[in-house]
Write a protein that binds this ligand. Sequence first.
Ligand code: 13P
Ligand code: SF4
Length: 365
Amino acid sequence: MAAALQIQEFNLLDDGECDARIAAAKRLLGKRMVILGHHYQRSEVYKHAGLTGDSLKLSQLASQTEAEFIVFCGVHFMAEVADIVTDGRRTVILPDLAAGCSMADMANLMKVRKCWAELAQVLNPDELVTPVTYINSAADLKAFCGSHGGVVCTSTNARTVLEWAFKQREKVLFFPDQHLGRWTAWKMGLPLDEMAVWDFAKPMGGLTVEQIRKAKVLLWKGHCSVHQMFKPEHVDRFRKDVPNGRVICHPECDLEVCRRSDLVGSTEFILKTVKASEPGTHWLVGTELNLVNRLAEEMKPQGVTVQFMSPMVCMCSTMFRIDPQHLAWSLDNLVAGKVVNRIRVPAEIARPARTALDRMLSLAT
Ligand code: 13P
Ligand code: SF4
């Protein structure tokens, strides 16, 4: 049997040559293959996606596809979700295995189990605490939630999910993104002094017994390295310079950035909102650079100005790992009957992870 094609050969191709190969492979594979693309993908890759979306939409699209192969232009946890929601019946491919998420890496099973055991020294977490994991997390953390009465959320449905979580138990442990957890709980009316940050590097999360007892939400000390670059002063400066301007950001931003923004929501929400705006609107957008640049180009002819929130480059370097070369490589291998970079979640993890994902998917957003 012929060996798989090597990525080294594809790394020598320019983007134009890759485009031609990708288009040819798409024609040959037809309905057997679908390319899913997250909104943060660079334009050179995004344009090849058959379906695009935010994390929630992509997980729903993955669960509904009839295609035999799902080529996921996104990051590792998204491809894992696609494998889990299709029960391993589809072949999910991540064109570059190095496309991870630095926030997802801030929590792992060992640290979450340690947290649960430490909480058990103060209260009974299985009776009192619903674990909620942001979808930006490894499959085994979703499995942890599934087997401890917990659930997954995305940036779109975090509020609905938290409301559900509080109906189950009186407290929530939210990981790995403290900012999404804080913003969502704050919007629900929870005072900040009923939220405590669980510092996983410290014994008992760095909290006293009283602080743990008082907290309604325990926020894991994780964050997105891209969204933490947006600062309240960026919004303040814009308000001064463009008094009639509108500000929109992703809920992974700091609470103060979210509070100063007119609107807060997922990447899908940001795209839909800005695209629906009146000519003459001037937007300040706090999310990843590739999305904002593409949106700015798209909206220019309609007289809508889209400005990036930070003076610094805030790009998701892991999303950027998927390039036309890796996409062409994975597709040409498929055409040749070879599967490279398949993402498979072992059944013993996939089963409870699916429970936590299904709880989320069954809630209306
Ligand atoms: P979305 O829920 O908008 O897809 O956000 C995912 C993400 O990783 C944002 O950083
Ligand atoms: Fe992860 Fe942040 Fe990149 Fe989103 S933008 S994938 S949270 S590192």
